[in-house]
Design a protein around this ligand. Sequence first.
Ligand code: ADP
Ligand code: ZN
Length: 759
Amino acid sequence: MAQAEIPVADFPSLEKALKHHFGYDEFRPGQRRVIEAALKNQDTLVIMPTGGGKSLCYQLPALLKIGVMVVVSPLIALMQDQVAGLQDNGIAATFLNSSLDVEAQRQREAALLRGEIKLLYVSPERLQNPGFIQFLNNLSQTVGISGFAIDEAHCVSEWGHDFRPEYRRLFELRERFPQISLLALTATATERVRRDIAQQLRLRDPLVQVSSFNRPNLFYEVRPKGRDGYRALREQVRQHSGSGIIYCLSRKRVDELALLLSQDGESVLPYHAGLADEVRRDNQTRFIRDDVRLMVATVAFGMGINKPDVRFVIHYDIPRNIEGYYQESGRAGRDGEPAHCTLYLAYGDVATAEYLISQKPDETEQRIARQQLRQMVDYAESTVCRRHIQLSYFGETLAGLCHQCDNCLNPPPTEDWTIEAQKFLSCVARCQERFGMMHIIDVLRGSRKQKLTNLGHDKLSTYGIGKDRSVEEWKLLGRSLLHQGFLDETTDGYRIPKLNAASWQILRKQLTVQVAVPKDLKPIETKASSGSVRFDNSPEAVALLAELKALRKRLADKQNLPPYMVFNESTLKQMAQQRPQTLEQFGQLSGVGSRKLDQYGETFLGSIRQFCADHGLPTQPIIISPSPASHRSASSSHPNSSQPSQPPTIGNTHRLTLQLFQQGHSIDDIAQQRELKPVTIATHLEHLILNGESIDLDALVPPDRQQPIRQVLDTQEAFTLTDLRERLGESYSFDEIRLVRADWQQQHSQSTDKNHADQ
Ligand code: ADP
Ligand code: ZN
């Protein structure tokens, strides 16, 4: 074997290497496992959602192993950005592609052969060039090749959405360089594509790392798109801060919407396959560099966007299928900061999408597309947790509710519409199951249309019996009956309602019908705007953040880099919030590695110091602990009060704490990692317990210390933290009391619920 195997034990601290090169303190879930496998030269298939941190899985091994890591990447624009980003972290990376002239190419090859480069990015086409294969041979015999990383590996599969014939031939790498390990990476969610990747690339007994597809920082919601759809959209866009993508179904709609928004003073550009290459490239670059805030696009705006700080993605038209929707909306919040995904639903758009499907030449394709669209509409109309539907589509189950979607936060009430259903179904029967939904509604509402009279449908016993409900309400009922399986419809494209066994049960009064009636949608709350969970939003922090962003933009422009490559959003927020005063403090921020510290530390510190001086702020660093929730729960909700208080709502910040806690970190660990006070973390855990999340309390408070606290609570003579502590004595910490009390409260409320239910 030409590749030296490096024992993992020789890297007691991969974390140190992570902090040094990339500035991060912790691996994201799955990263460490993949990196260890790569260091042992094992083939690996990495399946992580967008934003999961795939790049690091091969970048860190590249730095730790002997030789050059060859990265196959499908898009030239992406390659340039990735290489620029790495170079900005002081990492020797380069790319070879058709955009280079002969001399530049020769120089890069020479640098590679001198062993000066650790990562080489190439396009899949290049690997079919015999001259280049010769070069790789040369490289592997001199400097060595530490591995082949195949990015966007789903392009190898015809079942995926971005199939590229050039990817098909990548297995030749395995044949030519059998001793070199392969690392395939993708965000593909479907099982079939995953299997295909392993087969097509001839992976040998690979480590398969599948991360959860749940992206807890994304908020999902669906809004109706009424006649005033554009106004609602414009208002929403105004309320959001930061970059956003708005997806539309067709090029025409992209152009129209971009024009409208720009006339309304928004900073916006269009993107679709109908634009000239250089216009498209330019628009994309301006979006990534924050020269323009909004991109209105078709799905052509896709794989190439690895801008991490997209704060919202809006689907102004219905997406084609759930997988597509997941991938497109998933372009929001790759940096892990809160982001918002909105889908606007209008039945007119569904009809347009259906029309487009009917134009497809292939019958089977049409059928599949129609079915996928129906699943999408079901998703949009559903009243259950949106994440449940998304994740179950990918075969993943989520325990409990997500608390991060419209249906979880604001569940629509259901109403008994059995009588209405009987009217509706009986009208379908009277019309002999030969007419569409709109005709049925016309009959029910006693319409005077000529067609009805000609057919004699104004003589039916169901004519006019449904005047008390609006057309919209009847449509809602019709759809709900279909979704609940109480009614069928023809699938030949005409969609004629047909009665089934369940319909007859309803008509015979053997079944009741519940319909979820959506509430009117309220304007988005401020919580939807970016960064609100970890950022304290004080006037100083907001003002400083704006200054730091402007500084970042100036520095980025000077180097022709996207701003996020200087520092990402969360690092800037930490700066604005903590106002570090020394290089040492600055270096501790997450996202500041050794190179960034050298390169930018003084400049940013200068700006922060100046800001403090101008605003008369202390020059000592401050740590902010958000949410005075402890006071709230301490002063309210006495167990004896008849109305048990609502558990506090759970947000992203709680989820993050939960995730870390479930990974086995202690309160202090989590606090340190998240740069929050331990008491804040304890409060998060308290909230989580109160919300019924399963938290291993014994890991937080030993059982023998829990007992006395419970005993005092059982006496019902003390409930506030101060009172409890007074009774228990100083040896009990407030945090211990807080956590046990939450658990006691949770059990208490459950037993109360149960008592009510039993009565
Ligand atoms: P993917 O390719 O899986 O969509 P990226 O590799 O682009 O994701 O990473 C997404 C973002 O997460 C990037 O901004 C990256 O710098 C950041 N990131 C990756 N790993 C970590 C980590 N361990 N800690 C913090 N941020 C990370
Ligand atoms: Zn939910």
